[in-house]
Design a protein around this ligand. Structure first.
Ligand SMILES: *Cc1c(COP(=O)(O)O)cnc(C)c1O
Length: 430
């Protein structure tokens, strides 16, 4: 861990300066270590790396220096103990759960999550023998309590849900998770650490699709996992044998003993899951991601200002059936947003066009500044009709549970001028 990242600096300074720390005369920008492998003088030295006895690099499927520098920036921004990059947000979500749950286990998840994550959990991981119970973010305490089983291994949710834009009561979900001796995993993609740091509210593990605001320019698909390093695996040793008993595929290392609270979870995910599944981020992609993060704190403010302006315009327009943006007074999540997201939530606004599904699609086809894309959180504004695209695998009941109606337009405000975005929406509604 670098010196600069451990100083108590503002988030803007961490966005710009944490991670890579050049030595005297070294390159100012993070070097792209475009090498699959690393050279050693003796087999014994490399053997120590394979046994996790020493720190170092031997093969870029497991670890690469460029990726580690950028992961360290995200670790500093979230305030965690360890972090890793993954090849996509999907890989991050999968690893974050599969690192501590396997066949026969169970996970509690908020129902308002990204469509791809829902599919991963409800279909693919279910096929691997892991059961999920989905609860509404505003379920009662009794409903939340009833979701837990003796074999529950984690609780999962999104700070600001994509695309339902529900805000999770992180403290409440963390308390429930901890009462049952399991960690809370938070997908912090939409808020980013600039707007919310889930560890400060009791979350134990944070995931990101770095494809979104962290990259911010629609350039590289990627993901990240950050561990707070506080959850005590050994105190619940029977629940997490993968961390608290010897790993025979790693010469009997017990991760929680060897790497402690701060290192066990990410070391296991790297040494075991990345080794076996190989969803790595490339050094080139990590370099581009780092460039994006350098301006994250500046961009997030503008994304949020544009979204607030658009949401306020839509809220007073009678061609619009409804608007969902937690920055609007009167929004069901306004109070939660004031608590968890006092500086803004994200640049995405969801709304319904009067006339339902067809009117929504007609409206989108008329937009000129904003483009129809399977994307959000780009510098360029883009929009999507989830019911017919990202969430089309869901039936009507599942769509309702995920907070998605047929007329829902997910509008991701870019970094353009708010007046131009509003004028574009105005003419498309006409
Ligand atoms: C996009 C997204 C994902 C998946 O990330 P990819 O990088 O597309 O694999 C996960 N969670 C959320 C909240 C997302 O928006």
């Amino acid at each position: 861990m670098s010196e600069a990242t451990e100083r108590a600096e503002g988030l803007g300074t961490l966005c710009v300066q944490s991670g890579w720390q050049p030595k005297n005369g070294g390159p100012r920008q993070v070097p792209i270590i475009e090498s699959t492998t690393f050279k050693y003088a003796t087999s014994a030295e490399m053997g120590a790396l394979f046994d996790l006895e020493a720190n170092g690099y031997f093969y870029s499927r497991l670890q690469n220096p460029t990726c580690d520098y950028v992961a360290d920036k995200l670790r500093a921004l979230e305030g965690g103990s360890a972090a890793m990059l993954t090849g996509s947000g999907q890989a991050a979500s999968f690893y974050s759960v599969f690192n501590i749950a396997s066949a026969g286990d169970h996970v509690v998840s908020a129902s308002t999550i990204y469509g791809g994550t829902y599919n991963l959990f409800a279909v693919t991981m279910k096929r691997m023998g892991i059961d999920f119970t989905f609860v509404e973010p505003d379920c009662t305490d009794a409903e939340l309590e009833a979701a837990f089983r003796p074999n529950t291994k984690a609780v999962f949710g999104e700070t600001v849900a994509n695309p339902a834009l529900r805000v999770l009561d992180i403290e409440r979900f963390a308390e429930a998770a901890h009462t049952h001796g399991v960690p809370l995993i938070i997908d912090n993609t939409f808020a980013t650490p600039v707007n919310c740091r889930p560890f400060e509210w009791g979350a134990d593990i944070v995931t990101h699709s770095t494809t979104k605001y962290l990259d911010g320019h629609g350039s590289c698909v990627g993901g990240a996992i950050i561990d707070h390093g506080v959850f005590d695996w050994m105190a619940h040793a029977d629940k997490f044998p993968g961390l608290t008993t010897p790993d025979e595929s790693y010469h009997g290392v017990t991760y929680a003993e060897r790497f402690g609270l701060g290192g066990a979870y990410i070391t296991k995910a790297t040494a075991q899951l990345m080794r076996d599944f190989g969803s790595v981020q490339s050094p080139q992609a990590a370099f581009v991601l780092n460039l994006g993060i350098e301006s994250l704190h500046v961009r997030m403010r503008r994304h949020c200002e544009n979204a607030q302006a658009l949401a306020e315009f839509l809220a007073q327009d009678d061609r619009v059936a409804w608007v969902k943006y937690c920055g609007l007074p009167g929004d069901e999540d306004y109070e939660l947003a004031r608590k968890y997201l006092p500086n803004g939530s994200c640049g995405v606004v969801s709304f319904g066009v009067k006339g339902g599904r067809e009117a929504a699609e007609r409206f989108m086809g008329r937009l000129k500044v904003c483009a129809i894309e399977t994307h959000v959180a780009d510098a360029r504004s883009c929009c999507l009709h989830p019911a017919s695209t990202t969430h089309r695998q869901m039936n009507e009941d599942e769509l309702v549970a995920a907070g998605i109606s047929g007329d829902l337009v997910r509008f991701s405000c870019g970094l353009e001028d708010a007046a131009d975005l509003i004028a574009d929406v105005d003419q498309a509604l006409a």
